[in-house]
Write a protein that binds this ligand. Structure first.
Ligand code: SD4
Length: 339
């Protein structure tokens, strides 16, 4: 854990937070690793590829993150984001998403039904309304008025998984699937061995040095109808501060919300923590507050700073993230973890 002594050292350097960060990645002084895009989980590779096309054409980080995560929303093969996401306990697919740019503008949709690309609706909320969040029917109404086409988001394999779940209808939304605990308590197998949660959170730094982020998910599988997690909540599932860096999260949203996780990670980087140290400290807050709960759940944070340095940390093993920069286009790294 990042102990008190180290914290004091970090604070002592806090006016030189960037210098501390540079030391961490061994970047020559004044060098910034840009453009760069990072995102959660293995499927981040495909998302990064789409974002990279935007970034290398001198596109904005905002366009990059929207287009990047859209690929995963449309896939239909994963069961945790967009089309094909696992439904709630009533068999309804409800999606959460948010987006944030370098100016602190942000938009979000909560429990949106029938629309394949909640991230694009979130962007319209940001750009075309004076609001930050639209929820449920109101979000759908807005999406339709903006020309988004309604569709059935429930794929046959997700419907099958839900019907399987219904046989026991065991309401255990806080379960982490990456570790072995899942097998003890959840339906033995989801089709295709899919996970019951895996949000895509993406952070990009463009050629101009601007940061943006996006986060999109179908949330916890078989959740209560109307349940909203951390992913569309600015400061919880995503936060960007163009002076410092950005962070995003995945895992059990309730614990991330309780600790305002992504905002915390960015504020820790402001104090001089490296991205990985900041993610670790945010994870430790969750564990410290609820050690018994934390044993059985997954939460992972991913962060980037203004120098293009990145890091991650999770409660449980198995959290991966994908990195795409000039050095490597399809890098998948394992986040360190507490357990
Ligand atoms: C949620 N945080 O709805 C999301 C789920 C998730 O990896 O991230 N899964 O709580």
């Amino acid at each position: 854990m990042f102990n008190r002594r180290k914290f004091i050292q970090a604070s002592a350097f806090s006016t030189g937070a960037m210098a501390l960060g540079q030391k961490y990645l061994n970047l020559p002084s004044g060098t910034v690793n840009k453009p760069i895009v990072i995102s959660t989980w293995d499927f981040g590779v495909a998302a990064n590829e789409a974002a990279w096309k935007v970034l290398t054409k001198n596109g904005s980080a905002l366009d990059a993150v929207e287009q990047g995560v859209s690929i995963i929303e449309a896939q239909g093969t994963n069961q945790s984001v967009g089309y094909g996401g696992l439904p709630d306990r009533d068999g309804v697919v409800t999606l959460d998403a948010c987006i944030m740019d370098e100016k602190g503008n942000c938009g979000a949709v909560l429990a949106l039904e029938k629309i394949m690309h909640p991230i694009s609706v979130a962007r319209r909320v940001m750009e075309k309304t004076p609001h930050v969040m639209l929820a449920g029917d109101g979000a759908l109404q807005f999406a339709l008025s903006e020309g988004f086409k309604p569709m059935n988001l429930l794929t046959p394999s997700s419907e099958k998984a839900w019907k399987e779940w219904l046989k026991q209808a065991k309401y255990q939304p806080s379960i982490n699937i990456e570790n072995k605990l899942y097998e003890k308590v959840a339906p033995k197998k989801l089709p295709g061995n899919q996970y019951n949660h895996d949000t895509i959170g993406m952070l990009a730094l463009d050629e101009k040095g601007n940061l943006s982020g996006a986060c999109t998910t179908s949330g916890m599988a078989f959740k209560l109808h109307g349940r909203v997690g951390d992913s569309p909540i600015i400061g919880a599932g995503l936060y960007i501060d163009n002076e410092i860096g950005g962070a995003t999260s995945t895992g059990v949203g309730e614990e991330v919300i309780r600790n305002v996780g992504s905002f915390l990670v960015v504020e820790l980087m402001r104090q001089g923590y490296t991205p990985e140290q900041a993610c670790k400290e945010a994870v430790m807050r969750i564990i410290k507050k609820k050690p018994e709960t934390a044993k059985n759940i997954q939460v992972g944070f991913l962060a980037i700073n203004k120098n293009g340095e990145y890091g991650a940390f999770a409660i449980q093993q198995g959290f991966t993230f994908a990195v795409c920069d000039k050095n490597k286009q399809d890098l998948v790294l394992k986040g360190k973890s507490y357990y």
